[in-house]
Ligand binder design. Sequence first.
Ligand code: ADP
Length: 329
Amino acid sequence: MANFNQKIKRIGVYTSGGDAPGMNAAIRAVVRVGIAQNLEVYGIHSGYVGMIENSIQPLHLRDMANIIQRGGTMLKTGRSTDFMKPEGRAKAAAHIKAAGIDACVCIGGDGSFRGAHALWEEHQIPIVGIPGTIDNDIFGSDKTIGFDTAVNTALEAIDRIRDTAASHDRLFIVEVMGRNSGFIASHVGIAGGAEEIFTPDGNVTVEKAIEHIKEGILRGKTSSILIAAEGQKPGRAYDLADSIRKKSGMDAKVCILGHQQRGGSPTAADRILASRMGAAAVDSLLKGFCDIMIGTEGERLVQVPLDVVTKTEKKSQMDLISLANLLAT
Ligand code: ADP
């Protein structure tokens, strides 16, 4: 966490990295709270790509009309390899300063926050981060913007799959997003009544899953759903199905939910979280705090230093996985 003394008159807002439903609600809150506090608010397009290309424009109250219900991000998002280099960041910082922007709000994931931290350290641009990612894998915040929507989108699909699984007495493996984390998988698994949940950091093995399914069959179960986080290799569910077939002779159908989990209209919970975080980010900058992320601890909003956020791993909730397992008997 850092403090700065300079009085701010103009702020910038950008979305960066993976998009998440609710980012628009956060942009809207930053713009409208900023303007209510007599600030001018500028939008930076496509995250650090737009900073380097000088794609920066003023945002007005009416630009924010009808965006709260839309998924994606009206500012667009991007990934920039140039920004990973000091020269790229120097160019980006020069454009921010030339536009008269005194401070920024960065809506993104931990990569975006590493970039924001570097802009403060190297160029003294005060930035407050808002965690926007469907994966919920950001240390320092119980919840990230987009996670609730992604879980509900996946759950809707799983409920439909359950109808067909039950009608045909079938075993299904549903693959959800989550490259390094099992948050979507564990939440969807428990809410969708899954038999077994495979996460990148979990300890469920194919053997254990087979044993669990067979025990269920003995108790009269005729269909089962397994949830798998994609891990490092999207399509992992096919490997799991193959392995189950080879080891048990059971035939498992695979359904990969993929990018549909990223899109769609944000849930009320995500819109409210994004609105609160957007307002708190502007408030923090006005009080002279920067190099922090706005996070949640239960219902409370908290400020967490960006270098703590980016250097600490958020662990999956293994208790949810064991509970799902226990409840799917
Ligand atoms: P997310 O913010 O969703 O984690 P990325 O990891 O792709 O997404 O990061 C978004 C962008 O942030 C990258 O394209 C890059 O420009 C910038 N970034 C990521 N890591 C760093 C870093 N260590 N230093 C500076 N910039 C970074």
